[in-house]
Design a protein around this ligand. Sequence first.
Ligand SMILES: *Cc1c(COP(=O)(O)O)cnc(C)c1O
Length: 364
Amino acid sequence: MSQKIYNFSAGPACLPEWVLKKAADEMLDANQSGMSVMEMSHRSSDFENILKDTKDRLRRLMNIPEDYEILFLQGGGNLQFTMVPMNFNIHGADIINTGQWTKKALAEHKKLAGKTTEVASSAADNFTYIPKIKQEDLSEDSDYVYICENNTIYGTKYKELPPHAGKRLIADLSSCICTEPVDVSQYDMIFAGAQKNLGPAGVTIVILKKDMLEQQRDDIPSAMLDYKIYADNDSMYNTPPTYGIYMVGLTLQWIEEIVGGLENMEKINKEKAALLYDYIDSSKLYSNPVNPEDRSLVNIPFVTGNADLDKEFVKEAKEAGLVNIKGHRSVGGMRASIYNAMPLEGVQTLVDFMKDFEKRHANV
Ligand SMILES: *Cc1c(COP(=O)(O)O)cnc(C)c1O
């Protein structure tokens, strides 16, 4: 392949070249073990070191307090939509509906015991903004407030967490984890599939306040669905996704040692996002439908206002090496996912292409 490809996929997404090269270097002989990480026993000291190193790095990078567990699970973000209510919905769950991922969480909650309340929704405006709620909007007896912090499909993001006095806060950070520093102590549980910002598909990271594990439901139907079992067994109740955990570890190493931490990561992500948003806002052809104050840093949808022209854009972009830029089927148009691993040059190349496309199609 001679043409440089920039991959704007929403997930699985591009990975840092540094990570892929290191994984390639270590493919046949990881840490002088004479084998690939894929071949290691999860009970071996080699793998135990990888697991510990990955956890330690995440704790350092995100500044995760000691009273939080870090777990590595499987089943993606979607299994969390089930596990959260199965473990923690005793008196009720308050869900703020901001798109596809909270709709799915709502649907899974409703299959299980415990009351589920949709406390606010931006569905009527096709999820183009984050609804602001007040403490009094919450149910009196609910256990937790549940949010999706960055809405991958619609390109919205919470800039401020919702009020939740007296209740837990559980947040899906699948598409924004480690894109910027966060104050973990503001949450009781964070979960995130790795395949957007931190590695390949197959690993889900759960960061959970330890005292949550003392307040679980007592009717959890499987050990594999029980957070406490994972915590008690250091994520090794059964064989964990070993290679995925290793790749997450390499990606965290890249953020820590090459990028220089989450403050720098945020700075770079803001620069990339500003480049694209500023151009979209100045252009006569393209627009971004999201309420400006709720715009995502990493998922940026845009349209030309003409469905045929959008199609042509996606086709020509692909020919120019800018791939996977088609919007989600529920939104249409285009979407550029510019997660941690997308370099600034990738966004600059996209903007240059957009300018050229606009010039060539100015009178459509
Ligand atoms: C991608 C995504 C999910 C779903 O993840 P799976 O691993 O496919 O289950 C959930 N929530 C958000 C915010 C996502 O971006």
